[in-house]
Design a protein around this ligand. Structure first.
Ligand SMILES: Cc1ncc(COP(=O)(O)O)c(C=O)c1O
Length: 394
C-alpha cells in the first residue's frame, strides 16, 4: 500500500478561524498562526472520498446512524487499545465535545459543586465550569525530568475537599501526555476511594507519537468504566472540527439513559450530521496509516522545536511529549510578567500562540505552539521566537 501523503493546505480563499480570522483581526499579512487547535493539514483521502460520496447522492436530510458506525468505533478501540467495548450499547452522538460536557455536568453535578481539573489544561474547561456555576478546583500537574505527570497527593487533597467529578484530558492538551496505564490506575483508585465520577475528554486520542499508546481510563476495569463518560470526536485527530460531530461512550446504562434524555431536551437526538457520520466511519476504518504518517511529521516538528530551543534559547525548555500536536514551552526565563507574555509576543513577532496563563495553575509564563503547520513556517516562527528571546531574556 502507498504511504499516505500529509498535505499542508495552501493559503488562498479559505475562511479559517486559525489564519484568515487572525489576519483580519490584526491586519498583519506576515502573521504566523500557532494558536487555534486546528491542523493546517488536509483531511485524509478516505474521509474526503466518503464525504464526496454523500454529496454525490445528494441527500443531506436527517441521517440514520448505521451499525457500521458503532462497529467502526468498536474496532478502532480494540485495535488501538485492546478495549472490547459494546459500542452499540454505549455510544451516543452529539455535535461537539463541549456540548456533551455541558450535559454530563448537568447530570453528574449541581450548581456549587466542585469539579477537579488537572492544570494547565485547555481554557474551555474552567470557563465551562464557571459559566455553569460549578467550582473549578485546579490540581497542578508536576514536571519530572521534563515530562509532566500527575501529582497524586495533590489530587487526593482536591478530592478530600469534596469534588464530585474529575474532568480529565487524555491525551492532555497542552502538555502532550497520553497518560500511562499506571498513572491512570492511580487516578482510578482515588476516584473509587472518594466516590468521584470521571469525565474524560479523549478528543486527541488518535495523535500518538511513534511507538506510544493511548489508554482510555474506562478500559481499566468495569468498576471504573461504570463511573466514567469518555468524550470523543474525529475533530482533532483527523482535522474535521468544521463538521461539528462528536460522540460519548459510557458503559453505565443509567448515565447513558439520562444523557440521551438530555439530548432530547436540547433537540439533538433526531438525525445527526450525515457528513460527520460518514467521516467517522472512514476515519476509524481506513485512516490508521494516515495517522501514523501524520504523527511521524508532528514528532519531527516537536524534535525540531526542542533542539532549536536547546541550542538557541537556553533556559526555554520544551516539555517532553508523547502525543498531540503541541509544543509546551517554558518562557519563564524572560523578564516579562506572564499576563503580558502572549500580547507582547504577538505584537513583536506577529505570531499567534496560546498563552499559558489562561490555562490555569502551572501555565503562567508558558506558551503552547501548534506544530501542525508547514515546516518552513515553523522554522520562520522559531527564528522570530529567538529574536524575541534575545531581546527580553533576563
Ligand atoms: C481538549 C479539547 N476538547 C475539546 C475541544 C473542542 O472540540 P470540538 O470542537 O470537536 O468540540 C478542544 C478544542 O480545542 C480541545 O482542545
Amino acid at each position: 500500500m502507498d504511504r499516505p501523503q500529509i498535505t499542508f493546505i495552501e493559503e488562498g480563499g479559505l475562511p479559517r478561524l486559525k489564519w484568515e480570522y487572525e489576519k483580519e483581526r490584526t491586519g498583519w499579512e506576515d502573521l504566523l498562526a500557532f494558536g487555534t487547535a486546528d491542523m493546517d493539514v488536509a483531511c485524509p483521502a478516505p474521509i474526503l472520498d466518503a464525504l464526496k460520496k454523500v454529496l454525490e447522492k445528494g441527500h443531506l436530510g436527517y441521517a440514520m446512524t448505521p451499525d457500521r458506525y458503532f462497529d467502526a468505533i468498536h474496532n478502532w478501540l480494540l485495535r488501538h487499545c485492546g478495549w472490547d467495548v459494546d459500542t452499540r450499547c454505549a455510544v451516543a452522538l452529539n455535535v461537539g465535545v463541549y456540548l456533551s460536557a455541558q450535559s454530563i455536568l448537568d447530570i453528574l453535578t449541581r450548581p456549587g459543586d466542585r469539579v477537579a481539573l488537572l492544570t494547565p489544561v485547555h481554557f474551555c474547561f474552567k470557563r465551562k465550569l464557571n459559566l455553569n456555576g460549578r467550582v473549578p478546583i485546579e490540581c497542578p500537574l508536576v514536571e519530572i525530568d521534563g515530562r509532566y505527570t500527575i501529582d497524586c497527593a495533590a489530587l487526593e487533597a482536591c478530592f478530600q475537599s469534596g469534588c464530585r467529578l474529575l474532568w480529565m484530558c487524555n491525551p492532555h492538551n497542552p502538555v502532550g501526555r497520553a497518560w500511562s496505564r499506571q498513572e491512570l490506575q492511580k487516578i482510578a483508585d482515588l476516584c473509587l476511594r472518594y466516590d468521584v465520577y470521571i469525565m474524560s475528554d479523549d478528543v486527541y486520542c488518535g495523535l500518538l507519537f511513534p511507538g506510544q499508546r493511548y489508554t482510555p481510563i474506562a478500559s481499566l476495569s468495569k468498576e471504573i468504566s461504570y463511573r466514567t463518560v469518555t468524550m470523543y470526536s474525529t475533530s482533532k485527530s483527523y482535522n474535521t472540527t468544521g463538521l461539528r460531530h462528536s460522540f460519548i461512550l459510557t458503559e453505565n446504562p443509567e448515565l447513558l439513559k439520562r444523557y440521551r434524555e438530555d439530548l432530547d431536551r436540547l433537540d439533538l437526538s433526531y438525525g445527526q450530521s450525515s457528513l460527520g457520520i460518514a467521516a467517522a466511519i472512514a476515519a476509524f476504518e481506513e485512516c490508521d496509516p494516515w495517522l501514523e504518517a501524520l504523527m511521524e511529521k508532528i514528532a519531527e516538528h516537536h524534535q525540531l522545536v526542542t533542539e532549536f530551543c536547546r541550542e538557541n534559547l537556553p533556559g526555554a525548555r520544551v516539555a517532553k511529549a508523547d502525543s498531540t500536536y503541541f509544543a509546551w514551552i517554558d518562557l519563564r526565563g524572560l523578564g516579562i510578567p506572564p499576563a503580558k507574555l502572549g500580547y507582547l509576543l504577538e505584537q513583536e513577532t506577529h505570531m499567534v500562540v496560546e498563552s499559558g496563563i489562561a490555562l490555569g495553575k502551572g501555565g503562567a509564563g508558558f506558551i503552547r505552539l501548534n506544530l501542525a503547520i508547514d515546516t518552513a513556517l515553523l522554522q520562520e516562527g522559531l527564528k522570530r521566537l529567538q529574536t524575541f528571546w534575545q531581546r527580553y531574556k533576563r
